[in-house]
Design a protein around this ligand. Structure first.
Ligand code: C2E
Ligand code: MG
Ligand code: MG
Ligand code: MG
Length: 272
């Protein structure tokens, strides 16, 4: 991770640094500064199509640094943003930035690549979210199918009917919808069938355990089978080794994402 911050950087995503920054106030202040200075950044990580090895989509991952300090992990600042309500402004920024990037990629080798953003369940409490996303796509002359949204099971399930209807509206318009960190939540299979979803992203903890024991491997195989029988594509997260790559291919996963193929990177590095 240090490499991403420039040659002379001594910043790492260590728990040390995040522990020190973990104070709520400090992180809220950092987020306020980053919004004011427009210094939030999106990094992108390709999702590899396991059949042919190329990629047709990537995940946008938010990075926050105010220039003076080391970057803080989104696993630390997103929960703070959710708690403080800043997630609405930050989420709006992410939607806008992803569309701006898609627009900038038009006419390049990446013009058909879909960008999947992470959505916090809190954002769905805004009854105009679907409308706003579709309008932002329109403003940038983009097709809805160029954008994807990732939500965790609990965020979708925790939603009321109005929130599900917003997702339905987006999916109908062509926006790709994925369940993120699949397997770590509480969704029943019956419920899953009713959700407006296009893909499942199996949480990386399953892959890591599947390398070590057969029952976790069986669980992963079952999740893939369920996904496919519901007509969903299955993505596996966190592929780090060639052995894991072989395993996910043999289990029949459709797509994979992980450090083995590419780390999240700034937009300009995606073009090389
Ligand atoms: P996520 O959506 O599950 O994103 C995948 C995370 O796994 C990313 O961490 C990514 O860098 C990491 N990853 C990718 N490949 C590998 C691998 O091979 N091994 C390992 N160990 N990790 C890998 P990151 O960027 O730190 O983001 C963490 C979480 O923060 C995300 O998990 C997502 O829940 C949240 N997040 C990130 N950006 C946003 C955003 O714009 N909005 C919201 N609401 N949440 C975000
Ligand atoms: Mg995600
Ligand atoms: Mg995930
Ligand atoms: Mg997540």
């Amino acid at each position: 991770q240090a490499k991403e911050n420039g040659k002379n950087s001594i910043c790492f995503y260590t728990s040390d640094i995040n522990d020190r920054l973990v104070h709520y106030q400090e992180i809220t202040a950092l987020l306020h500064r980053a919004l004011a200075a427009n210094s939030l950044q999106l990094h992108f990580q390709p999702q590899i199509d396991l059949r042919y090895g190329g990629f047709g989509s990537c995940e946008a991952l938010l990075r926050c640094s105010d220039g003076s300090s080391c970057p803080v992990s989104p696993t630390v600042f997103i929960p703070v943003a959710e708690k403080s309500g800043l997630i609405h402004r930050i989420g709006d920024w992410v939607i806008e930035a992803a569309c701006r990037q898609l627009k900038a990629w038009q006419g390049t080798a990446l013009e058909t690549v879909r960008v999947d953003i992470n959505l916090s369940g809190r954002q769905l409490t805004n009854p105009n979210l679907a409308e706003q996303i579709l309008q932002t796509l329109k403003n940038h002359e983009l097709k809805p199918s160029q954008l994807g949204l990732e939500l965790t099971e609990n965020e979708v399930i925790g939603g009321d009917d109005g929130q599900i209807r917003q997702l339905e509206r987006l999916k109908q318009a062509g926006v790709h919808i994925s369940i993120d960190d699949f397997g770590t939540g509480y969704s029943s299979l019956v419920y899953l069938r009713k959700l407006p979803v296009c893909s499942l992203k199996i949480d990386r903890s399953f892959l890591h355990h599947a390398m070590e024991n057969d029952s976790d491997m069986a669980i992963m195989q079952a999740m893939i089978t369920v996904g496919h029988s519901l007509g969903l594509s299955v993505v596996v997260e966190g592929v780090e080794t060639p052995e894991q790559d072989r395993l996910v291919k043999s289990l029949g996963c459709d797509l994979a994402q992980g450090f083995l193929y590419a780390k999240p990177m700034p937009a300009d590095q995606m073009l090389i």
